[in-house]
Design a protein around this ligand. Sequence first.
Ligand SMILES: Nc1nc2c(ncn2[C@@H]2O[C@H](COP(=O)(O)OP(=O)(O)O)[C@@H](O)[C@H]2O)c(=O)[nH]1
Ligand SMILES: [Mg+2]
Length: 268
Amino acid sequence: MSETELSFAIPTCEERGSIDRTIEKHTRLSIVVPAYNEASMLSQNVELIEKVVSVITDSYEIVIAEDGCSDETATMVANMCNNCSKVVHVHSDHRLGKGLALKRALKASTGQSLVFMDADLATSLDHLHDVVKLLENGYDVAIGSRHIKGSYVRRPLSRAIASRIYNFLVKFLFWDNVSDHQCGFKGFNDQTLKSVIDEVTEDGFLFDTELIVRMKNKGLRIIEIPVKWAEPKDRIPKFNLLADGIKMGIELIKLRFKLWAQGNQKST
Ligand SMILES: Nc1nc2c(ncn2[C@@H]2O[C@H](COP(=O)(O)OP(=O)(O)O)[C@@H](O)[C@H]2O)c(=O)[nH]1
Ligand SMILES: [Mg+2]
């Protein structure tokens, strides 16, 4: 596995040689899954998560952030909770947006290491073990990346271009060297995450970016790992490169001004 180390003081895993994949079986792990109208795949994907997580540790919870769903997701999650004490339901009657839903669920999580992932499992669960191990080794954040060497991505060209443009804009506006802000697969050390998360006010797609920028500005230890990523074909949202691209750009510029106004400048 190759990784991109974002703190220059620490060698990359490539430099250190192969990583030790042994994990303390008692490490407490929280998997957080945001779910909006995911009834078609949620229960089978939670089963899959459970299979993979239970090999990594004996002590885990699967926290499902569900809000404002108009399909059967809420009932499905409630049933899962009844059948399995390791499933936790963080619910709201109103749709919160992915960012706010994640924020509430991450705050409610009790693990030492917290990993969130999209409900469709677009990012392969094969990477979970490595993310947990990196957190155990002292990283504050381990980010799945679709844009570094070693990653494998299957997605429409328009989405791939949009993602590149988004991350280029982030790099330009925030002097940031994270290659992929939006991959729905990120792991955090519980304590460091909770020291920052209340500062994050973006509710929607900018949540991950604001969180990462704030963490980077605090000098936290961030690492990226290449991931295998494939979105189920029927879920790929329509993306208008021009209209949606401009909207994204404007939102990023607003975030830049917000952080400036709060004095959250680049710290390195
Ligand atoms: N709880 C919650 N989850 C959401 C909301 N919007 C999106 N999600 C979840 O966030 C994840 C990513 O959503 P998706 O539509 O695949 O976004 P994309 O892949 O970033 O375009 C999925 O697990 C969704 O179910 C929301 O308003 N509330
Ligand atoms: Mg998706």
